[in-house]
Design a protein around this ligand. Structure first.
Ligand code: AMP
Length: 114
């Protein structure tokens, strides 16, 4: 079982600005956005990090990435471009240990990231 803030958002126990949800996935706006569009896409399954994925999760992660592309279109940033990021563990900048895909866009993004 997971007790993270994202598990609580997925369960509807704490509020979030949800932009999409289905039986497997929830997407909501980041509370501390790093760009005009900053959406987090999470599985309802409490997978802690990218390291915890198994082959069985591959279709789910594929759906998360497809949803990111669909939401980018919906948000009007698809043509200009955007970034999708999974941070993994401390050195990767992960702070919430429930798998999440960042969709970031709406301004030019620098590379490499910090
Ligand atoms: P990461 O550093 O990759 O683990 O990303 C965690 C993200 O979750 C950060 O961008 C936070 O701003 C965001 N965040 C934390 N708590 C909430 C919340 N309650 N609702 C929405 N976003 C949140």
């Amino acid at each position: 079982m997971s007790n993270t803030i994202f598990a609580k958002i997925a369960a509807g126990e704490i509020p979030a600005d949800i932009v999409y949800e289905d039986e497997e996935i929830v997407a909501f706006r980041d509370v501390n956005p790093q760009a005009p569009v900053h959406i987090l896409i999470i599985p309802r399954l409490p997978i802690a990090t990218l390291n915890d994925l198994t082959a069985e999760h591959a279709p789910l992660v594929g759906r998360m990435l497809h949803l990111a592309a669909e939401l980018a279109k919906q948000e009007g940033i698809a043509e200009a471009g955007y970034r999708t990021v999974f941070n993994c563990n401390a050195a990767g900048g992960q702070t919430v240990y429930h798998l999440h895909l960042h969709l970031i866009g709406g301004r030019p993004l620098q590379w490499p990231p910090g």
